[in-house]
Design a protein around this ligand. Structure first.
Ligand code: SUD
Ligand code: ADP
Length: 292
């Protein structure tokens, strides 16, 4: 599975792309908007692991998606919604596609799989339908689908503020990660409405992240709330901390440990297999460009 910049023919009607996971390397809640949404400060770290999406152009206006995701109606699937929004805003009724999804990422685990699927669909169909939308146009369309969509549209590991939509690309060291998900889902809304959630963390600024000690100077403000409410997450963090610096991503339930080799990451995944499912991934700073 690769980007297509090197190997695609000049005119293509099929694309197979990685739809990567993200980690929130830290998550500071710095305030609230008047509408109640929380203001964040985070680094979205893109990973070299994720779902796979295959797009085949068709010219009869049909957009088909398979296989269906159990529990997600087609019209709620972010891939389908992204495709329709894009065609509605910039396309023609005869534009269509067969889209195939190989789902590897757990859903609702804070790994951004749905948002990533939406963004990769916008990027791919923009090309297959030859719409020539700018990255800004796709990111704006994506933001309407979810706060985490724009970072995947831009395809760069990024420092983010606002609700995650104000992005500044950042180059992080290409760290290895063990990423583990316990068999529970954490509803984002429940965590953001918790009365004990810290909502006034001082932003650390992008410059502080160049410091080698950035991990110790940052945190995930949602982590104490989730650990308190979900013993499975708490137990997983306690186990992983024995091996390496460990933190929850997003509002959970997934947890990552940061290590310097693939072998160390594999060992952590193995040693936690009785309480969580996991994978090994390496950080990437940018996705391959989608261009023909
Ligand atoms: C906090 C992050 C970090 O990546 O969590 P994960 O979803 O990845 O775990 C995301 O920005 C999540 O963004 P998004 O995916 O759009 O959130 P949703 O599930 O739509 O949010 C559900 C509810 O949580 C609250 N919410 C969400 C995001 C935010 N910045 N402030 C909020 O107060 C709102 O009440 C919202 O209606
Ligand atoms: N293509 C998709 N992949 C994953 N989830 C999707 C998709 N379309 C809609 N969803 C919905 O979005 C929710 C959030 O999924 P996801 O982005 O994977 O998790 P998170 O926001 O916790 O990182 C899922 O629980 C599911 O109901």
């Amino acid at each position: 599975m690769t980007g297509i910049s090197d190997e695609a023919p000049a005119v293509t009607d099929t694309l197979t792309l990685l739809s990567p996971a993200k980690l929130n390397l830290f998550l500071h809640i710095t305030g609230r908007r008047p509408d109640g949404y929380h203001l964040l400060e985070t680094v979205f770290q893109l990973l070299d692991y994720g779902d796979e999406l295959r797009f085949q152009r068709r010219d009869d206006g049909v957009i088909s998606l398979s296989p269906a995701i159990p529990g997600v109606a087609e019209q709620d699937n972010l891939i389908w919604r992204a495709a329709y929004r894009l065609r509605e805003a910039y396309g023609q009724p005869e534009m269509g596609a067969n889209i195939t999804l190989l789902k590897r990422l757990p859903m609702g685990g804070g790994l951004g799989g749905g948002s990533s699927n939406a963004a990769i669909s916008l990027r791919a169909l923009n090309q297959l339908w030859n719409l020539q939308c700018s990255e800004d146009e796709l990111a704006a369309l994506g933001l309407n689908l979810g706060a985490d969509v724009p970072v995947f549209v831009r395809g760069r590991t990024a420092y983010a503020t606002g609700v995650g939509e104000i992005l500044q690309a950042i180059e992080m060291p290409r760290q290895w990660f063990a990423v583990l998900t316990p068999p529970i889902a954490v509803p984002t809304a429940k965590i953001f409405s918790d009365l004990t959630l810290t909502r006034d963390t001082h932003p650390c600024t992008i410059r502080a992240l160049a410091d080698r000690g950035w991990f110790a100077q940052t945190r995930n403000d949602c982590e104490p709330v989730v650990r308190q409410a979900y013993p499975a997450v708490n137990a997983l963090i306690e186990r992983m901390q024995n091996f390496a610096p460990t933190r929850m991503t997003g509002t959970g339930s997934s947890v990552f440990a940061m290590v310097s080799s693939k072998a160390e990451a594999e060992r952590i995944v193995r040693d936690c297999a009785d309480i969580a499912q996991g994978f090994v991934a390496r950080g990437i700073n940018h996705l391959p460009v989608v261009s023909s």
